[in-house]
Every structure is written in structure tokens, then in C-alpha cells.
Design a protein. Sequence first.
Length: 660
Amino acid sequence: MADDLFASGPSPVSGTYDASSIEVLEGLEPVRRRPGMYIGGVDERAYHHLAAEVLDNAMDEAVAGHASRIDVTLGAGDRLTIVDNGRGIPVDPHPKYPGKSALEVILTTLHSGGKFSDKAYATSGGLHGVGVSVVNALSSDTVIEVARGKELYRQTFARGHPTAPLEKIGPAPNRRGTSVAFTPDIEIFGTAAHFKPGRLYRLARSKAYLYAGVEIRWRCDPSVIGDDTPAEAVFQFPGGLSDHLREQVGARECATADFFSGRQDFPNGQGSVEWAVAWPLWSDGSYSYYCNTIPTPDGGTHEHGLRGAIVKGLRGFADLIGQKKAKDLAPEDVMTGSELMLSVFIRDPQFQSQTKDRLTSPEAAALVEKAVRDYFDHFLSDNMDRGKALLGYVLDRMDERLRRKAEREVKRKTATSARKLRLPGKLTDCANDDPKGTEIFIVEGDSAGGSAKQARDRKTQAILPIRGKILNVASANAAKIAGNSEIADLIQALGCGTRDRCIPDNLRYERVVIMTDADVDGAHIATLLMTFFFQEMPELVKRGHLYLAQPPLYRLVAGAKSAYARDDAHRKQLERTTFKGKKVEVSRFKGLGEMNPQQLRETTMDPKTRGMLRVTLPQEYEERASVRDLVERLMGKHPEHRFAFIQANAAQVEEDAIDA
């Protein structure tokens, strides 16, 4: 019986399985084989993670009090150089590895470094000894220079292996610290990945906010810059996170004129905490968490400590002034919509993974809560009007939450209302339940979605981010359309059904606004979305519910005067009229995500100042049939029809370009 059972299994794979089949990966080869284990993947985020690893090492020197300046330079060919004036990586021979310097061991061996104990660093972002060795392993070329003991040393590496021994260059009496220059390996990341100047610029700037004592200098080769990122900048912020938050909030009105900010050392040298919180009256919230200067975007135990301190503090203040209903306050009432920055420095922090997205150190919650609570109690009671204003603001949010909860309980009793509750998770809905006067903005990408959420009017404007170019429904079958998650989210958010089941009166918003970047890719996405509405919900288009937002492509500034231009033709018109004879600075928006919320609101989303195009369909069947034929030819399964259309209209495009 057993023989029959084994005989019925799959055919064995050819070859043998014995001791010779077992591979042992040595040195940094595991990193190159499985980079995702160390940097989370090989995408753009992982690519920039290499820069963060090296910059974090320099920041550790600054936080430890040994470095006061860091230089970040992006050169041609994706060459990134980060220099600090700290102690310099040790270059003396390593006692466990004869013939190798400590520098070579650090660069070529996983889990090596000076941060496993508190002998060299009281607090640090590098904990596992894999950061700079991983960068070295995933770079085609790495050059390390160390100025230590008034001497300069250099060693070169390629893909994790030394290409030359440690070399003593000569005297360096006026220099100290470490320089790391590297180029990420295209064998790992491919040819499409590149450092984005704007992203590195923001990374360097954010690090300077996190430690007030450090000066960070940014430089970028002019041939690399393709956006509004400056070629040179110096970052030093004495006010730390408070300076950062003030810049982020800008002129927006807040529940309290004063931010809640401060810094406190933990007892017994266990570290410190710094925080800054504001409550803007219109905001979907922005939360930035750090541990030992490392971003922890998913929050963690330090976040829980801050939330606990603020919620308990408000409940205590409410008891003090006799406000009984504050007992129902929940963290979401207090923190949702706030602009929050939190930075902790603790010894031996524990993270969820090597990418350190979430802090898991259990002691951090109690340390932060205890340190912040005393400050927050004084913040509320030292100025009773300020405390009452903030309490009133969060109680209004609590009342709204409880009202919505009660409505949901009632609505669950009817099938129609139950259907309205099933909304996609990434939809940020508006507060008004009545469709009249409301609008949903369909935007491409999380970055644009984040800006739009901050720029919107919470009462009347909803935001639905979609990922990239949606499915071309004109060339897809019904099964493929039904299985597409982006389209499913869109149908679910609108709530009116599709094709013969489309009931326009059930549309959850008065206006559906396609808001894409003002470039070729944005136009392509808008075309795909219009094709979707034409084919799946034509009655909505016919009734005039569909609109195209008109975001600007350029911002023109001359002296105190500024203006926005939709495209090149509009820009030239403004230069000939509004700015005639003036020296104009022109900045180009790479996309909606590059615009700050105030700019996006002013130019594209505020009904008082924006312009939009309404998309319509002919009422007569014959005309609509011709439109259907055009859509089928340009968006359908036959590329030869598109090619013929381009050939027939190319001359007209060239003529229009000449006229512009």
C-alpha cells in the first residue's frame, strides 16, 4: 500500500540531492542574491534606501557629538558622495581578521560595526552592522576615504569585493572624518532606476531638522537636476522639528495659534524625545516618526506613547474644567487631521525589519508618554483659552464620529444603505452625505493623492487615488474588466453601477473630476479614464457629471508677481503679456505630487479660482455612434487604426506647433 502511494506521486526532478547540492554563500554574496531581504526590494524606494543607510551613519556621528557637518553630493552617472567630519572609520588592523583593516572588515562583512554595544555610540540608527556593507555589495564601484590621526587613507571596492588594499595617501592635518562615494549596480537595479535629486534633497533636509546641532550641505551636478531642486543648499535648523512643522503648516489656520512642541531627555541616560504637533482646521493629517534619525513611516511604540500622552492629557484637562463628555474621546478624534512630528533617540532600538519601518521597542511607549504628558498638561493649563480651544476642536470631531457611527447603525438595516457602506479602503470620502455640491477627484498615484487630500475641502471633496494607467476597457473583455482592482474601486466609489445596470441617480457625487498631471502621461491616463466612462457609464457623461481638471504645468515669477500656465502656449502668452519685458523665473511642475497642497488647492481644486473642462456626449444617436466608432478606432484592439489616424493628422499637429 505504501509503495503504491509513493509510486503515484510526481516524477522526481533529475539530478541528485546530497551534500554537494548545499550552497554556502560567503561574504556579501547573500546580499547580491537576495537584496530584498536587506533593503526591501530592488525598486526606487530600495534604490534610495542605499543613500539613507550611508547618511544615517554620518548622522550617528553627529548625534554622538563627533561630527558637526555632513556633505551630500549627487554627481553625474548616479554617483553619490556623503562626507562627514566625524572620527573616521577605524583603519588599524582588526584583531579577529589578520591582514585586514577594520575598514575592510566593515565594508565586506555582514554584522560588523561599532553599534552593537554603547561603547562607541550611546544611540544610533545602525544596529545590525549590515548598512554600509549592503551598500557596498549592491554598488558597482565604492570608494572610501578616511581622514584619521591627521592622515588620509583610501580603499576601493566593486560589488562587495576590495579592488585594492587600504592605501595611506598622505598627511591630512586639516581634515577628519569619512567619505563614502558609490554608484548603485545596474546588474541589481537595472538601467531604469536613478537617484532623484528632489528625493535626496528632501532626505538631507529632513535629517538636519532631526538634529539641531548638525549642518548638512547639499550639492547636485547641474547636468543631473531636472526639476526645481536647487543645485546647492545648506541646512541647519536651530528650532529642530518645530521649525520643520512651522514650514509645513504655513499660513493655514490652526485650532491653536501655538504648536505643541518640546524636547525632553529620558531619565538615566536612556535617550531623548522631541515632538511638534499642530491641528490645522483643514487637513487630512501628516505624520512623521523617527527613531535615532531613521524614518519609521509605520509608527510604532514611540507613536503609541505620544498618542497616549495627548489623549489622556485632554481627558484630564476636560475633568479639570468640568467637561464630562470628554470621557468618550478616542485617539482618532485627537490625532486624525493633525500635523505631527516625533523623533526619539533610544539605546538598542528594535524594529520590525531591516528596513526599520516600524519601531517595536516596548519601553519606548512608556518613556515617551511619561516625558510628553507633563509638557502637554502645562500646554493646556498654562493658557486656559488655548486649552479650551483645542478641547472644543477635538470634541467636535468626537461628536461627528459618534454621529456617523449612529447613522451607520441605522443604515445597516436597509440593503441600499448597506451598499453605500461598502467603499474602497483607499477612498478618502467627503463629509456631506447629500451628493449635491460634492465632487470626487480621481488622481494618479499616492504622492498626488496625498497632496490632494491636504488641499481638498473635507465637506464636499472626495479623493480616490488610482495606481498608474488603468486598464484600457476598449480593448479588454468583460472578464478582464471585472477582475481589475482599480476599476472595481472606481465603480464601488461612484455607487451607480455600469452599462445596463447603471443608475445615474445613484451617483454618490454631483461631479466626477479626472485630475492627472499636465503632461503626456497624464493625458494618456485621462484618455483611458474617459474611455472607461464612455463605455461603462455613458449616461453620466451625457448628463454632464464628468469633468477634466486643469492643473498648471508652469509657475512664472517676476519680482512679487506670479502666475500659473497650463501649457507651453499659455506660458508664452503670459510672457508676452503679463510679464512683458520682465526677467521671468519659470519652474515646471513634474506632477501633481510636486505641488504643495496650497498651490494645488489654489490652481486646481478651489471652485473660486480653478478652471475645469466638462466632458459631454452628443444627445443624438447618429452622432454618438460616430463617437463610438472613433473611440473604437483609437482605443480598440487594432493598432493599425491608431497608426492610420496619426499619419492622417500628423501634418495638422506640426502646423499647430508652428502656430504656438
